[in-house]
Design a protein around this ligand. Structure first.
Ligand code: TTP
Ligand code: CA
Ligand code: CA
Length: 593
């Protein structure tokens, strides 16, 4: 594809970008799964516009007015109306108000001691309140549901942060391609290499109308002529991907009133990069031919993961600031300095990223409520009020999560605290979490208070500057059942606890008679509600459902006693791995939960 290099004065070494023009053959289009190296790969990233501000606008039913979201004294989200006044994130509130006297200022919801639910209080204070992001989490899940419903079933979706998701559209796009261009399904009889024959050139098509297409060379005079026609089948694939994204983004607007922006490209990092090209309510296509010039002019810190410590280290080590300057550095010297894994950096600079789009488990395995304390806790008694605030948040979040997955239960409750007068600094205490149907503030606070007392050493001085309370090992009962099942299949000598026998003894744990059954283990009697229309079979089924529910209860109870080293108890091991190679340069974005 010679257009790739056309128009660039300072000829760059085309060999750097060879990967961008792979042959596309009948075999490529007919393969069901070519994975991350698929030459027709289509990845999108969709990011909600001014997300927290948008959530508040929808909640308050305010449209088209300048609004900012405040967290303590900081502006954390600025809607696009307010941006017209030159207001930016992190600007002092005073300045923002001067720029726009009619500005609507919403402080994020906070938990207040003694209140079971977060609210929008007047003058919240970090000394007495704790920020709640629950509204945004909830809305984030709703957006994700619309993506899932709106896109073809074979789209892989990965939630990447509170307001972003990646989409692997390769499979649905391929289906559409074959449907629209059925002649691609079979090589012509005279094809020289059979399935390995390259596809014929695509017909003259235009790009998806509502998308912005990044030009191949922004400085070329004949931009229209060169850029505005898909020239490869991958271009056509990107354009179809853009149709799908546009449609689902419109659904989000219609159903939830949120606007979003998307980027569509051959891989994740490029999709993310070009998603911010046209905001708000825009979507951008970055075709392969446009990648070299797009990347060359870029300060490399703009690339996902190269913005942080790794970017700084690269700039320092090689005394460079742009992608163009980094390109001549050989893979060997990069690996010498930053370890094996820096091949990832080397590839990214060449427009390559083999990272998969992978749906994360629907269940968040842990939940954490944390608070940095502006006024440190110096004695046991002062801790209880904060624990109650954290307990309220956890109780609410678990209860809410159970609305969609009723069988959800955590295995462990963990309290972390940072005592700056203690040489060991941060410590955690944990306890198995009992199976309780109603997780109230009182129940959570009760368990947490106990951990707090264990944490506090009455004889030692304390100055606690941060506490967090969390649930870990959250699972649906079905998963728990499977795990228990696997566990019990091990030879008994390997079993780590005895009680397991109780809940899976060979004899049936319940006896059934008529419309009710009595559990032999706990004596609980469950009775079906009377129904005149029930047949015998239906009665049996209803009864066995009740029985299963009750057995779940016992299994959950037992599982909560299974000793397991969970994530919270493994920090040392993890840290070691993290410190190797380039990994140590990655810091987790707290919003990427
Ligand atoms: P972003 O997607 O970075 O920003 P945004 O959605 O507000 O605006 P844009 O239209 O440019 O995408 O972050 C998503 C939300 O995360 C944001 O609305 C507020 C929150 N956030 C913080 O709380 N602190 C921060 O430093 C950033 C960057 C975001
Ligand atoms: Ca956003
Ligand atoms: Ca974002």
């Amino acid at each position: 594809m010679d257009t790739l290099w056309k128009g660039k004065e300072k000829a760059h070494d085309a060999t750097h970008f060879q990967d961008l023009d792979p042959p596309i053959t009948y075999r490529s289009i007919l393969s069901a799964n070519l994975g991350v190296r698929d030459p027709l790969r289509v990845i999108a990233l969709c990011d909600s516009d001014a997300f927290y501000a948008a959530c508040e606008m929808v909640r308050l039913n305010i449209l088209d007015k300048p609004l900012v979201v405040l967290q303590w004294a900081l502006l954390i989200a600025v809607n696009y109306e307010a941006r017209k006044f030159g207001i930016t994130r992190m600007m002092p509130l005073k300045e923002a108000k001067e720029r726009c006297p009619g500005l609507i200022v919403v402080h994020v919801a906070t938990y207040k001691e003694g209140e079971p639910e977060p609210g929008y209080w007047e003058n919240p204070d970090t000394k007495t309140h704790k920020v709640s992001l629950d509204l945004y989490r909830r809305e984030s899940i709703k957006v994700l549901h619309v993506y899932k419903e709106g896109l073809p079933e074979n789209t892989e979706i990965e939630k990447a942060s509170i307001d972003e998701a990646f989409f692997d559209l390769t499979r649905p796009v391929r289906q559409i391609l074959l449907h629209r261009f059925p002649y691609l399904a079979q090589p012509p009889d005279d094809a020289p290499d059979g399935l390995d024959t390259p596809l014929p050139a695509p017909p003259d098509l235009s790009w998806h109308q509502a998308s912005t297409v990044i030009p191949i060379d922004p400085r070329a005079e004949d931009i229209e002529a060169v850029q505005f026609s898909p020239q490869t089948w991958h271009d056509v694939a990107l354009s179809i991907g853009a149709e799908l994204m546009h449609q689902v983004r419109q659904e989000i607007k219609m159903k939830l009133n949120y606007t979003t922006s998307a980027g569509i490209a051959r891989n994740k990092f490029l999709a993310k990069l070009c998603a911010s090209h046209r905001k708000p309510m825009g979507q951008t296509i970055l075709r392969n031919a446009s990648i070299p010039n797009y990347l060359l002019g870029l300060p490399f810190q703009k690339i996902r993961f190269l913005g942080g410590k790794l970017g700084v280290a690269l700039a320092d080590e090689f005394d460079v600031s742009s992608v163009a300057e980094l390109l001549p550095i050989s893979l060997e010297s990069m690996q010498q300095r930053f370890g094996e894994e820096s091949i990832w950096v080397y590839q990214v600079l060449r427009g390559i990223d083999y990272t998969e789009v992978k749906a994360k488990s629907a269940l968040n395995k842990s939940m954490l409520a944390a608070k940095n304390l502006p006024t440190p806790i110096t004695n046991i008694a002062d801790g209880y009020q904060w624990i109650r605030v954290l307990a309220a948040e956890l109780a609410l979040r678990l209860t809410e999560a159970r609305e969609t997955t009723p069988s959800l239960w955590p295995k462990t409750i963990v309290l972390h605290a940072r005592n700056i007068l203690d040489r060991d600094g941060r410590k955690s205490k944990q306890a198995p979490w009992p199976f309780v149907r109603e997780v109230t503030v009182d129940v959570v606070a009760g368990a947490a208070n106990k951990l707090w007392r264990e944490f506090c050493d009455a004889r030692a001085p304390m100055k606690v500057t941060g506490v967090s309370l969390g649930f870990t090992g959250i699972e649906g009962v079905e998963t728990g059942l499977k795990r228990l099942d696997a566990f019990l299949k091990k030879p008994s000598s390997k079993r780590e606890f005895d009680e397991a026998e109780d809940c899976t003894s060979a004899e049936k744990p319940v006896s059934t008679r008529g419309n009710s059954f009595v559990c032999k283990r706990c004596g609980h009697k469950a009775t079906l509600s009377p129904s005149a229309t029930r047949s015998d079979a239906e009665r049996e089924e209803a009864l066995s459902k009740l029985r299963l529910e009750h057995e779940d209860f016992h299994v959950a109870l037992e599982l909560s006693r299974v000793p397991e080293v969970d994530a919270a108890a493994r920090p040392a091991k993890r840290r070691k791995k993290k410190d190797e190679g380039i990994a140590k340069f990655f810091t987790r974005d707290s919003r990427d939960a």
